[in-house]
Design a protein around this ligand. Structure first.
Ligand SMILES: Nc1ncnc2c1ncn2[C@@H]1O[C@H](COP(=O)(O)OP(=O)(O)OP(=O)(O)O)[C@@H](O)[C@H]1O
Ligand SMILES: [Mg+2]
Length: 165
């Protein structure tokens, strides 16, 4: 087993429901400007995790995996917005100027599936989550924060979810 970097941790999810619950707990902490990257193969559980994340954040809209749309917008009753990217079906990596991530980030958090495909324009400070298939029902989730905001966010999330520091 490779040693995890400081502040990182991993978690073994035993079901889609558990992954959603975990996402819900994290979603409750998300603020405008936050960037969450979800890396994992097809069926690793990225969208399942986003369903929890959006619901914990307070989304009024259901999470979907758009076939041709690059980004989905979810709304909250207070006017808050959550942006959900899925670059998998996009032909070529989107350009920074086409997307204007900065103005999105002033309005809400950003959640990105297949972040590898737009790495050049994703802020260096972010919470990277790696999802790996273990068997039919289990997925390994590894949380890797970069920057103080995400180290703090993860510490709070861990405390509320597992009661540990
Ligand atoms: N512990 C688990 N956590 C999350 N999903 C699980 C788990 N066990 C089984 N699954 C199943 O794995 C599938 C994950 O699909 P999901 O759409 O979330 O993956 P994805 O990573 O978004 O894939 P894609 O790259 O196609 O968008 C679902 O069918 C889900 O029910
Ligand atoms: Mg997906």
């Amino acid at each position: 087993m490779p040693v995890l970097p400081a502040n990182a941790f991993d978690f073994l999810s035993h079901s889609p429901e558990q992954s959603r619950r975990l996402g819900m707990r994290l979603g409750a902490y998300l603020l405008p400007g936050d960037v969450i990257c979800l890396q994992g193969e097809l069926g690793a559980g990225k969208t399942t995790f986003v369903q929890g994340l959006a619901s914990g954040w307070g989304s009024l809209d259901a999470v979907s995996s758009p076939t041709f749309v690059l980004v989905n917008l979810y709304r909250r009753s207070d006017g808050g917005q959550l942006f959900h990217f899925d670059t998998y079906r996009v032909e070529s990596a989107p350009e920074a100027e086409e997307l204007d991530l900065d103005s999105m980030l002033t309005n809400g958090p950003l959640v990105i599936e297949w972040p590898e495909r737009m790495l050049g324009i994703i802020p260096a400070e972010r919470l990277w989550i790696k999802l790996e298939y273990v068997d039919d029902d289990r997925r390994e989730l590894t949380f890797l924060p970069t920057g103080q905001r995400y180290i703090d966010l993860l510490a709070e999330f861990r405390k509320s979810s597992f009661g540990t520091d």
